[in-house]
Design a protein around this ligand. Structure first.
Ligand SMILES: [Mg+2]
Length: 248
């Protein structure tokens, strides 16, 4: 097994929420650090302050009863885009209008996540690549780029199919960059989309959990463990410096 893979396995099996940064990893010699060449971010709730009330959106699309039923069947969260794919064209059109309306209202209140600009500045200083994958629309990504003057490339929105949690967008970014998935970290606030996408692609994963939401019993049985967990983007820089060789 290549040392980078071994290192990743150690992280995967021993990493526990709230145990980061890991003492046994920080004690490792720099020789065993894995090279990291790129970081890929989720947008909503990761690079932006969360403003979309997803529970209300799902209720508006599904109705209260159906929402509760599906929520119970999917403890890690509802994949609304996937869910409506099997609906009739007319039902899908109505559902998409509701989703777009929630997203549009989210855009009006768009705010950059604290720590995002600093983290991107740090990555630039190390010449580490920055990509973005969102299930939101391209217009929202364009607005983010414009308003905050921070560019991500490639930046894939939901016009790129299949979208997260499918690993395809992350694998596409890796091949565009000509780097291996295990030289990349996926950072996002969703276990079911971002961590799942990252793990399926074979990348490192970092879950942003600002409110300790994933500590609740609801997620105890979810079989998805991120390699790292942080409560703010400000923690990501030291995590990267401690655990990786940052080499473009
Ligand atoms: Mg998100």
């Amino acid at each position: 097994m290549p040392s980078s893979l071994l290192f990743k396995s150690i992280l995967f099996f021993q990493a526990k929420p709230h145990s980061f940064p890991l003492p046994h990893i920080t004690a490792m010699s720099t020789k065993t650090k894995t090279r990291l060449r790129g970081v890929v971010f989720d947008m909503d709730g990761t690079l932006t302050v969360p403003v979309i009330d997803f529970a209300s959106m799902y209720k508006a699309v599904l109705g209260e009863t159906e929402y509760r039923r599906i929520r119970q069947e999917n403890p890690s969260g509802i994949d609304i885009l996937h869910h409506i794919e099997s609906w009739s064209p007319d039902e899908q059109r109505k559902a998409n209008e509701i989703i777009l309306d929630f997203e549009r209202r989210g855009l009006e209140r768009l705010q950059i996540m604290p720590g995002a600009a600093e983290l991107c500045g740090f990555l630039d200083s190390k010449k580490i690549r920055r990509g973005l994958i969102t299930r939101n629309v391209k217009q929202a990504v364009d607005l983010y780029h414009q308003r905050f003057d921070i560019m991500f490339s490639p930046a894939l929105s939901r016009e790129f199919r299949p979208y997260k949690p499918d690993p395809a967008p992350l694998l596409h970014i890796c091949s565009t960059w000509d780097v291996q998935p295990n030289e990349v970290m996926m950072v996002g606030d969703s276990l079911k989309d971002d961590v799942a996408c990252g793990k399926r692609a074979g990348a490192f994963t970092c879950l942003l959990d600002e409110k300790g939401k994933y500590d609740s019993a609801d997620f105890a049985k979810v079989d998805l463990e991120p390699d790292f967990k942080v409560a703010s983007l400000a923690e990501v820089q030291s995590l990267l410096e401690t655990n990786f060789d940052l080499m473009p």
